[in-house]
Ligand binder design. Structure first.
Ligand SMILES: [Zn+2]
Ligand SMILES: [Zn+2]
Length: 774
C-alpha cells in the first residue's frame, strides 16, 4: 500500500541493528538544540504565494515569493555593529506589470483559433479552452512569483549565486545582484525558448513538423504546454574541457538549469561560468520525460570515487516518481544512466511535491548513496538509491502519521541530515534518517514551536545552507474563532542549532571558507555579543588547531571572533551618556568574573595575541587591548597573503618587466619581522630575480613616489592618500573599486592591461573575511 511504512522505529526493528548515520555529527546535534526565534521578524508587503515560497541560497540569501515581488533578504555577519538582532539586507525583484503572452504560431491563425474555441458548440471543448490558464491568461487571477531557484555558489561575476525566477504568467528570467541593492535581468528564458520553438516550427525533439495547425484543439494545447515552465532547478557546477582556437584545451566551469514544462519536457540550458552576459546562455538539451501532469523536479547527482552520474527526478500529480537520465558528454568521469529509474510507479492520485535529494554515505555498506524525499499529501515519500557492482538498488517507502493535514513545505538540512516537514496548521516535524542493514528508518520529533508562532498558519519553510536557521513564512491563524479580515505576512527566523554546536562545526569545517559558514557564524556572533566574551572552549580549541595547522581559515575565524568581541564592548548608542550612572559596581562584578575566565583560558602566548586579555574595569583600556589583538591577527593574515602574492609575482615576472605590484615595498615590509624563516627564503629568491629594480609605485596626481608603509593605505610625499587593495596590495588610484561584503576592505577592479595572473589575484575573496568583493 502507498502509505504503509516503517514509521515507528522502535517496534519494527531490533535495537541492535540501528546504527547512527554519521556518529560524530549525530552526537553534536543531540545536545539540546532548542529552537529560539531570533529578532527581527520580517514583515512582507504583500501576501506570500507560489509553489514553495521560500528558498535559501548557498550565499545566505533568502528569497520569498509574494504577489507583487520576489522579496530577498541577505543574512549578513555584521562586524561593525553591536546589535544582537540579525542583520538582514532587504532587496526585491518586482513582478513585471505588463502581461506576458506565449507565442504559438501566426497571429492570424491564433485569432481564428481563439474565436473558434470560445464559441465552440461543444461545451466540453469550450469550457476546457476558457478555463485553461495557459491558453487563456485572462482566466488567471493569481499574479506574482510562482517559483524561484538559486544556483550554486560561484556562478556570477563576483562568485555569488544566480537567481532564476518564474512568474505566474510564465516568464522565466535569470537575475544577478549588482553591488548591494540592485538586481539585473540577465536573460529571459521563456522568450528565448519561444524563439527557438518558432524557428523549429513547434516540432517535437524528433524535428518532424506538426501535422495539424492551431485550429486543432490538441495541437493548440500542445504548443502552449511545450513552452509553459512549471519549475526549474540548477545543477551543481561541472568542469568541462573546452578547445581553444590554438588547439589547446582549458578547463571551463558550467552549470545547467533544467526547466520542467507542463507537457513533461525537460529543457536544459547551459551557463558557462562566471556568467555575466545573458546572450551567452546556450540551449543544451531537451529530454522528453513522458510524465503526465508533472508536478515537481529535482537534480539527482551521484558521485562515488571517480564515477559520477546525473539525472532529473520528476514527480507527477498522479503519483509516480522517476529519474530521467541526463547525458553530460564532456564532463570528466561521467557516466550516463542507461534507462529511466522508476522510484514510485503507483498512480494513486496523490501529488508528488517538494522533491529533495541528499547525497549520503551508507555507514554499514561504506558506500555512497542518495536519499530522495518528497511530500505526497500527508505522507513523506522516501527512496534510498544505492549503486553496487551488481547494479542499482532502490528502496522506497512512506512515512505516515506525521501530519493530519497535507504537508505544505519540506526542507532538508544537509549538515547531519535532517528532514523538516510542515503542514499548514503550523506543525513542524523533524525526521532524522538512521541506516540499518537493509533499509532506512526515520526518527520523528515534533519541533518545539517558539511561543509567538503557535496558532499561526505557515506557508513555507526553508533551512539555511549549514542548517543553522529555519525560516518560516506565516500569517495569522484563526483570531477569536474567525478568519481575520486582513492578513499580514511575516518571515521568522528560528535557530536550529546552539552556538556551541555551531562553534564545533566551524572548527571542523571541511570547506575552509568562512563565508560559506556565515549562518553558523551568526550564531557564534550572537553568543559573543550576549556574553561579552569569546567562549573559552572555542578559543582554546581554535588556538590548538592553529598550532597544528596554520591555515588562513582558522586565522580568519579568530579575527571574526575578536572583532565581535570588540563590538560587544561598545556601549550601545541608546544609553544616555549624560545621565549619572549607578551601575558601576555591577559592571565591576561582572568584569571580575570575566577576568577569572580569561585568566584560565589563555596561558598560551603566541603571535596574534596580546600579552594578557585582562578585562579591567576600564572599558576604554579593555577596548584598546582588544583592538591591539585585532591588529595583530589582521597583520598576520595580511603578511601570509603578501607572501602568497610575492610567490605569484616570482613565478610570473621576467627580469626586464615592470610589475605593477609593489614588490619592493612588500619585501621590505615582510623583512621587518626577523623571525619569519619562510619569508626570508622567499625574499632571497625574489631579490635575485629583481636584480636591483625597485618597481616603485607613483602617485597619479603628482607623480611622487608612494612608499609602502602599511597595508591599509598609502600616502605620497605630497599628502595624497590612497587605500590599498587587499588582494594585490597596490594603491587603488581610481575612483571605482570593490568592497567586500562585510565592508572591511577594498579591492581594485581589474584593468584591461593587467596580465592574466594579476587578474587572477584580483578574483579572490576578501583576505580578512572570505566574503566576495562586490
Ligand atoms: Zn601625490
Ligand atoms: Zn572582508
Amino acid at each position: 500500500m502507498a502509505a504503509a511504512s516503517p514509521c515507528d522505529p522502535v517496534h519494527t526493528l531490533p535495537r541492535n541493528v540501528v546504527i547512527k548515520t554519521e556518529p560524530e555529527e549525530a552526537l553534536l546535534i543531540s545536545k539540546q538544540d532548542v529552537p529560539v526565534k531570533r529578532e527581527p521578524d520580517v514583515p512582507l508587503v504583500s501576501p506570500v504565494c507560489g509553489l514553495q515560497p521560500l528558498a535559501w541560497s548557498q550565499d545566505h540569501r533568502l528569497a520569498v515569493c509574494t504577489n507583487n515581488s520576489l522579496s530577498l533578504m541577505e543574512l549578513v555577519c555584521d562586524v561593525h555593529s553591536s546589535n544582537q538582532e540579525l542583520t538582514l539586507h532587504r532587496t526585491s525583484i518586482p513582478v513585471p506589470t505588463e502581461a506576458y503572452k506565449l507565442r504559438v504560431g501566426p497571429s492570424a491563425e491564433l485569432l481564428q483559433a481563439t474565436e473558434k474555441f470560445t464559441t465552440h458548440p461543444d461545451p466540453t471543448v469550450r469550457q476546457l479552452f476558457l478555463a485553461d490558464a495557459v491558453m487563456n491568461p485572462s482566466a488567471v487571477v493569481q499574479k506574482g512569483i510562482k517559483y524561484s531557484s538559486w544556483s550554486p555558489l560561484g556562478c556570477d561575476s563576483s562568485g555569488r549565486c544566480l537567481l532564476a525566477c518564474l512568474t505566474f504568467d510564465h516568464r522565466l528570467t535569470v537575475h544577478n545582484s549588482h553591488k548591494r541593492l540592485e538586481w539585473n535581468v540577465l536573460v529571459d528564458l521563456t522568450k528565448k525558448y519561444s524563439e527557438r520553438l518558432k524557428e523549429r516550427g513547434y516540432s517535437k525533439k524528433d524535428n518532424k513538423p506538426p501535422q495539424e495547425n492551431l485550429l486543432d484543439f490538441d495541437e493548440l494545447q500542445r504548443r502552449y504546454r511545450m513552452q509553459t515552465p512549471l519549475r526549474m532547478e540548477w545543477s551543481s557546477v561541472y568542469t568541462i574541457k573546452q578547445a581553444q582556437p590554438d588547439n589547446t584545451c582549458i578547463d571551463v566551469e558550467m552549470v545547467l538549469l533544467a526547466v520542467l514544462m507542463e507537457n513533461g519536457d525537460l529543457v536544459l540550458w547551459k551557463f558557462v561560468l562566471p556568467f555575466t552576459n545573458g546572450a551567452d546562455v546556450v540551449f543544451y538539451d531537451i529530454v522528453e520525460s513522458g510524465v503526465t501532469r508533472p508536478s515537481d523536479l529535482a537534480w539527482w547527482e551521484y558521485e562515488s570515487s571517480d564515477r559520477r552520474m546525473s539525472g532529473l527526478i520528476i514527480g507527477s500529480e498522479v503519483g509516480p516518481v522517476k529519474i530521467m537520465p541526463v547525458s553530460l558528454s564532456g564532463v570528466k568521469g561521467y557516466f550516463t544512466l542507461r534507462h529511466p529509474v522508476i522510484l514510485w510507479k503507483e498512480c494513486d492520485e496523490i501529488a508528488v511535491e517538494n522533491i529533495k535529494c541528499v547525497p549520503m554515505v551508507h555507514p554499514i555498506q561504506k558506500s555512497r548513496c542518495s536519499l530522495i524525499v518528497a511530500s505526497r499529501g500527508c505522507y513523506v515519500f522516501w527512496c534510498l538509491l544505492m549503486i553496487s557492482p551488481a547494479g542499482l538498488n532502490v528502496h522506497n517507502s512512506h512515512v505516515a502519521g506525521l501530519h493530519s493535514l497535507p504537508v505544505v513545505s519540506l526542507a532538508v538540512s544537509q549538515q547531519g541530515v535532517a528532514v523538516y516537514t510542515c503542514s499548514i496548521d503550523g506543525w513542524i516535524k523533524k525526521l532524522t534518517p538512521t541506516f540499518t542493514e537493509n533499509t532506512l528508518i526515520f526518527k520523528q520529533e515534533d519541533m518545539l514551536r517558539p511561543e509567538n508562532l503557535t496558532g499561526r498558519r505557515i506557508h513555507g519553510i526553508a533551512v539555511s545552507y549549514n542548517g543553522a536557521f529555519i525560516a518560516l513564512a506565516s500569517t495569522q491563524g484563526m483570531v477569536g474563532g474567525f478568519h481575520p479580515l486582513n492578513r499580514t505576512y511575516h518571515v521568522h527566523l528560528v535557530t536550529l542549532k546552539t552556538p556551541e554546536t555551531a562553534a564545533e562545526l566551524l572548527l571542523q569545517s571541511p570547506t575552509q571558507n568562512l563565508y560559506k559558514m556565515a549562518d553558523l557564524l551568526n550564531l557564534v556572533r550572537w553568543q559573543i555579543l550576549k556574553n561579552k566574551c569569546i567562549p573559552a572552549s572555542l578559543l582554546e580549541e581554535l588556538d590548538r588547531k592553529i598550532q597544528e595547522v596554520d591555515s588562513p581559515y582558522l586565522w580568519r575565524l579568530k579575527l571574526f571572533l575578536v572583532r565581535i568581541l570588540y563590538q560587544s564592548l561598545q556601549t550601545p548608542p541608546t544609553d544616555h551618556r549624560w545621565k549619572p550612572t549607578h551601575e558601576e559596581s555591577k559592571v565591576f562584578v561582572r568584569d571580575e568574573e570575566e577576568e577569572d575566565e580569561t585568566d584560565e583560558k589563555d596561558p598560551a602566548q603566541e603571535e596574534g595575541e596580546p600579552e594578557e586579555v585582562k578585562h579591567e574595569a576600564n572599558p576604554e583600556e579593555q577596548k584598546a587591548e582588544v583592538q591591539a589583538w585585532i591588529n595583530a591577527v589582521e597583520s598576520h593574515l595580511m603578511r601570509e597573503h603578501m607572501k602568497k602574492v610575492l610567490g605569484v609575482v616570482y613565478l610570473n615576472t621576467w627580469v626586464a618587466q615592470n610589475t605593477s605590484i609593489p614588490t619592493c615595498g612588500l619585501v621590505e615590509y615582510l623583512s621587518k619581522d626577523e623571525n619569519d624563516r619562510d619569508s626570508e627564503v622567499l625574499i632571497g629568491h625574489i631579490k635575485n630575480k629583481m636584480n636591483k629594480q625597485t618597481f616603485l609605485e607613483r602617485c597619479s596626481l603628482c607623480q611622487a613616489v608612494v612608499p609602502f608603509t602599511e597595508y591599509k593605505q598609502a600616502t605620497c610625499e605630497n599628502g595624497h592618500m590612497w587605500l590599498r587593495c587587499v588582494l594585490s596590495h597596490q594603491a587603488c588610484q581610481t575612483l571605482t573599486f570593490r568592497r567586500c561584503l562585510l565592508l572591511d576592505t577594498i579591492a581594485r577592479l581589474p584593468e584591461p592591461e593587467d596580465p592574466e595572473w594579476i587578474k587572477k589575484i584580483l578574483q579572490a575573496p576578501c583576505t580578512l573575511c572570505d566574503s566576495p568583493m562586490i
